[in-house]
Design a protein around this ligand. Structure first.
Ligand code: ATP
Length: 137
C-alpha cells in the first residue's frame, strides 16, 4: 500500500460537497490516515503551490485556496497516487471523465473541488506540510 495527499478545496467546502466527496473516496477503497478542516494562509498557499509561481494564474490560485476552509487528508491504498488522480478526473472539469469527483462537483479549471498529489514524493511532502506524525493513523 502507499499514500496520497488530498485537499477538498474552498469551493468544495462552500458548496456543501464534503460528505459526498469523502463518501466517494472511502467507497473507492481509500483509508483515511489523517484528516482536518483547516485554512491555508497566503504564505502557506504560496509555498504549497510554489512550482506554479511563474504561471499567470498563480495569484488567482493563491487567492482561491486561502478564501475559506479546506479539508486536508492523507489517504492510503495500493497505487494511491495514480488511482486517486483517476478518481478525481482531469484538472479541467469540462474534460473530466463521467462520474469523477471533478466532473460531479467542480465548476472550472480554477475552482476544481479537489487536489490530488502527482507523485509519491510530492504526496509525502504535501502530507508533512499539513500533518505532524502524531496526527497520522
Ligand atoms: P492539483 O495540483 O490541484 O491536484 P492538478 O495537478 O490537476 O491540480 P496543476 O496543473 O498542478 O493541476 O494545477 C494546480 C492547480 O492550479 C489546479 O488544480 C487549479 O486549481 C489551478 N489551475 C491550473 N491551471 C489553471 C488555469 N489555467 N487557470 C486557473 N487555475 C488553474
Amino acid at each position: 500500500t502507499n499514500r496520497t495527499f488530498t485537499m477538498i478545496k474552498p469551493d468544495g467546502v462552500e458548496n456543501g460537497h464534503v460528505g459526498a466527496i469523502l463518501e466517494k473516496i472511502t467507497a473507492s477503497g481509500f483509508r483515511i490516515v489523517a484528516m482536518k478542516l483547516t485554512q491555508m494562509t497566503t504564505a502557506d498557499a504560496q509555498e504549497f503551490y510554489g512550482v506554479h509561481k511563474e504561471r499567470p494564474f498563480f495569484g488567482e490560485l493563491v487567492e482561491f485556496m486561502t478564501r475559506g476552509p479546506i479539508v486536508a487528508a492523507i489517504l492510503e491504498k495500493e497505487n494511491a497516487v495514480a488511482d486517486f488522480r483517476t478518481l478525481i478526473g482531469a484538472t479541467n472539469p469540462a474534460e473530466a471523465a463521467e462520474g469523477t469527483i471533478r466532473a460531479l462537483y467542480a465548476a472550472s479549471v480554477g475552482e476544481n473541488a479537489v487536489h490530488g498529489s502527482d507523485s509519491d514524493e510530492n504526496a509525502a511532502i504535501e502530507g508533512a506540510f499539513h500533518f505532524s506524525g502524531r496526527e497520522m493513523f
